[in-house]
Design a protein around this ligand. Structure first.
Ligand code: NAP
Length: 467
């Protein structure tokens, strides 16, 4: 048997997931001089690019241009894409071990964290992640319904996802029409009654998780005023001390933007985005039919922990706000994959630097790797996944050099494809995606929109002229 990674015996890698991390991992592998590698990338839905297509807000088209680089990577002859193929459904770990030397999980964080308060599961209380996937046309979320007849909504959390959700809720139809938002979401939001959205932060403005461009952007919306209470953006002594000691310019920028909003007079726009600080939801209260009608909040103060972080501490001041729609946006969370060691506390695959570790022995599991949010948790921007993927690929190369790889019985591209197609006849290749992409762009153009997304698997299959 020739050495793995040479012409006679290419290194065969399965990449599960097709978001940024998976593409950066493929790129790093392809860059290795003298390594003969073949990469098969899988996604449970037909289309590639993970959260770039299904998570990035539709009104942030620039961020999505990163897919051009991924498309170039996919043009490499050593790359194949198998969309609509589910790990744990069509393919099991044992199947992959039969065909690949290394298996890399980059499946992201597919669910959300909960607030853990009474009433959280009332009707009209949703995870923000579901709303995001819905308005972005994710096939698994397209049939969800959101009650946009309500006039007031609350978004809990003040990270960038919360800001995205709040912004999409108060954008005008004209603003949304310029985006690639799913057509059904555009139609539903165009009829929306939502007039006021509360964005609720449990800590102060200096601890907000959103980034400066995102908080600045909400001050420039066509028909929504931003409202901030002057007393809530005045820094307390602990925050002043922390800001003075911090080298992070973005905190200062966030605070300056928010204090600027507090000085603004309402501009007479028809919708309102109220950003609140130092308040925590205690309970969602429902009506007789089980629909949320209000939220009980407690006012917080900041206290310093032993580690130096500033935490929210509840006071004895309470208030209620009338809201008929609630989105919790308090962080994404990874879901376990069958047969792959999972750290339930952190919601990530159990790993060290991307090498999957056995839960009991804490030793690396031969051939299994991970990257992105399912490796480190839901943090950072798209670019953060590049060094993250590199760290894992470096471990893979070290292991390859040491001979620590799986020993697949059928390490050839043709037999892997045969199995995949036997298990899932409706496979979508990257060439299929390029056709769908061109059709989406052309269909969008006909309506004066940048893109009209296909949102169901059947629709995509039929668009390719298949039955
Ligand atoms: P995030 O940045 O971690 O923000 C989570 C927010 O939830 C924080 O404000 C956090 O407050 C709050 N929170 C957590 N538990 C809470 C509780 N029990 N009650 C009330 N509030 C609670 O997460 P994310 O917004 O989901 O974003 C995930 C990652 O994607 C981030 O790195 C983000 O920057 C990135 N992203 C970037 C963009 C962009 O670049 N435009 C867009 C979307 C997402 P504490 O700070 O007090 O914990």
């Amino acid at each position: 048997m020739t050495t793995i990674g040479t012409d006679g015996n290419p290194l065969r890698v399965a990449l599960l997931g097709s978001g940024p991390t998976a593409f950066y991992a493929a790129e790093h592998l392809f860059k290795q001089v003298g390594l003969n590698v073949q990469v098969d990338m899988f996604d449970k839905i037909p289309t590639p690019f993970g959260l770039v297509r299904g998570g990035v807000a539709p009104d942030h088209p620039k961020i999505k241009t990163v897919t051009k680089a991924y498309t170039q990577m996919a043009a490499d002859a050593r790359f194949r894409f198998f969309g609509n193929v589910k790990f744990g459904g069509h393919l099991q770990l044992a199947d992959l071990k039969e065909h690949y030397h290394m298996i890399f999980f980059a499946t992201g964080a597919q669910t959300d964290r909960k607030m853990g308060i009474p009433g959280e599961d009332l009707h009209n209380s949703h995870p923000a992640t579901e709303f995001v996937a819905w308005y972005n046309g994710h096939p698994e979320y397209r049939d969800l319904k959101f009650d946009l007849t309500q006039e007031r909504a609350a978004v809990v959390g003040i990270g960038n996802v919360a800001i995205d959700v709040a912004r999409i809720l108060v954008r005008t139809e004209a603003e949304l029409r310029q985006t690639d938002i799913a057509d059904y979401a555009l139609a539903a939001l165009a009829k929306s009654n939502v007039k006021e959205v509360y964005l609720l932060g449990r800590r102060g403005p200096a601890q907000a998780a959103f980034t400066p461009p995102e908080i600045k952007e909400v001050g420039e919306m066509e028909d929504a005023d931003v409202v901030v209470r002057p007393d809530e953006v005045e820094l307390d002594d602990l925050s002043k001390e922390a800001v003075a000691a911090s080298a992070d310019r973005s905190v200062i920028k966030n605070v300056e933007t928010l204090q600027g909003y507090a000085l603004r007079q309402p501009g007479g726009k028809s919708k309102k985005l109220s950003i609140r600080f130092l308040v925590s939801p205690l309970e969602l209260i429902g009506d007789a039919s089980g629909k949320v009608v209000k939220m009980r909040l407690v006012k917080n103060v900041l206290t310093k922990s032993e580690s130096g972080s500033l935490n929210a501490k509840a006071t004895d001041q309470f208030e209620e706000i009338p809201v008929g729609l609630v989105f919790r946006s308090v962080g994404y969370r990874g879901v376990p994959l069958p047969g792959v060691p999972f750290n339930d506390r952190w919601g990530v695959i159990n790993n060290e630097k991307g090498r999957v570790l056995d839960l009991e022995s804490k030793q690396p599991v031969t051939g299994l790797y991970t990257g992105g949010w399912i490796k480190r948790g839901p943090s950072g921007v798209i670019g953060t996944n590049k060094p993250d993927a590199l760290e894992t690929v470096n471990c893979m190369l070290e292991d390859l050099a040491a001979g620590r790889v799986l020993q697949p019985a059928q390490p050839d591209a043709a037999s892997a494809e045969k199995l995949i197609r036997a298990r899932q006849p409706k496979v979508f290749t990257f060439a299929d995606w390029l056709k769908l992409d061109a059709l989406e762009l052309a269909n969008g153009q006909k309506q004066g929109r940048p893109r009209l997304k296909f949102t169901s698997v059947d629709e995509m299959w039929a668009a390719l002229g298949r039955k």
